[in-house]
Ligand binder design. Sequence first.
Ligand SMILES: Cc1cc2nc3c(=O)[nH]c(=O)nc-3n(C[C@H](O)[C@H](O)[C@H](O)COP(=O)(O)OP(=O)(O)OC[C@H]3O[C@@H](n4cnc5c(N)ncnc54)[C@H](O)[C@@H]3O)c2cc1C
Length: 403
Amino acid sequence: MANIAIVGAGLLGRLMAWQLSLASNTHNNAHQISLYDKDAIDGRQSAAYTAAGLLTPYGESLSCEPEIVAMGEAALTMWPELLGELASPVDFQANGSICVSHRVDQGDYERFARHISQHYPQAQLQLLSKSEFTQQVPALAERFESGAYLQGEGCIDNHQLLNALASALQANNAVDWLAQTQVLTVSPYQVHTNSGIKQFDLVIDCRGIGASAIHTQAGSNIDANTDAKIKDQGALPMLRPVRGEVIRVYAPDVEFSLPVRLMHPRYKLYIAPKAKHEYVIGATEIESGATGKVTVQSALELLSALYSLHPGFAEAQILEQLSHCRPAFADNRPQARSKAGLIQLNGLYRHGYLLAPVMLATGLHLAAQQINTAKSSKSSYSVPPAFFEWLHVDGKNNLRAKQ
Ligand SMILES: Cc1cc2nc3c(=O)[nH]c(=O)nc-3n(C[C@H](O)[C@H](O)[C@H](O)COP(=O)(O)OP(=O)(O)OC[C@H]3O[C@@H](n4cnc5c(N)ncnc54)[C@H](O)[C@@H]3O)c2cc1C
């Protein structure tokens, strides 16, 4: 049995805690998991809660590396098995996505379509005729003549997922969830909170933007005298915040079930359909660590884009306006770092849900190198070596380790 601390109960922290709590060692003893988060169990202060839950690797491909697309494709096939292990249902679909454009953004739309056809033929991009478009998404036919259909993309209900993971973790006696507990620093084998320093066999740091060096210094009230003892070895100097905002509405007069990308001059805008006529529009992308509420400008841009899709959005009720910061390294690539006693999984930027199953498998693989894990919940969560090498920053010979 290993005593494992997981710091951060957002997307990655919950997934790691859940999977490790189902694993056991060669003597069939379950691992003991201490899950720390400064937030309440509902996780509303995480990027994971704010996100739209889109799983759109091709839609991202104009502005990300091909490896992210490939990992996103792989993750889309891994999600169903993962979700099948949870007792509570989580809406997930991979039935494709639609891309539409107003006339003024037609140039961007054509460039996007050319890019996908050339580089990602597997997306089987179809430029739909008026009648095909009307058949595929009748709700949008009033305002758009046509659109592009991309096979295999999808979305997940992120709020349902966070709740389902919370239920699974709370039902497991091996998990001690220390909610509303601010972690001041992490270091190999140690977690430091206001109650003191606790020792573990392994610490897994999943603090998202909370692991940024700037954020850590500003967010903690460390006594200078104890600085040497408790220096935050987990702080990531190059992790930067990228602010994003979304708005969730209830629109009983609107009915579509595929994620819709609307070409927009400033943002990659998507509308993610949720259950019961709820839709999430987002997201803005601003190079800033500002943590304030959604601004007037962003709300105007998001809501006018939403209304331009379907007149029924005029009567929609605004349910939530959320903002948070995506954790991103300088090259916008995620990183899995590992040294004795400390694993750090971070930098998921705008691709947390898109990549989560692959990042989870990578984190579990790294954990298995440090603790005696004989049985995991599903042995099939293995990570292809090429992905592992791309994600894993070993801290020695890799230039990315300095980021
Ligand atoms: C507006 C927006 C839209 C997005 N849309 C999508 C999308 O459609 N698809 C997609 O794939 N991704 C999307 N993302 C990205 C995705 O949400 C993130 O990549 C993902 O949530 C990162 O996961 P994480 O576990 O690293 O961080 P988080 O989910 O933020 O979790 C970090 C956790 O650590 C806790 N924590 C931090 N510091 C401390 C501390 N000192 N002590 C204790 N606890 C601490 C926090 O409270 C939080 O619960 C979006 C993000 C935003 C902001």
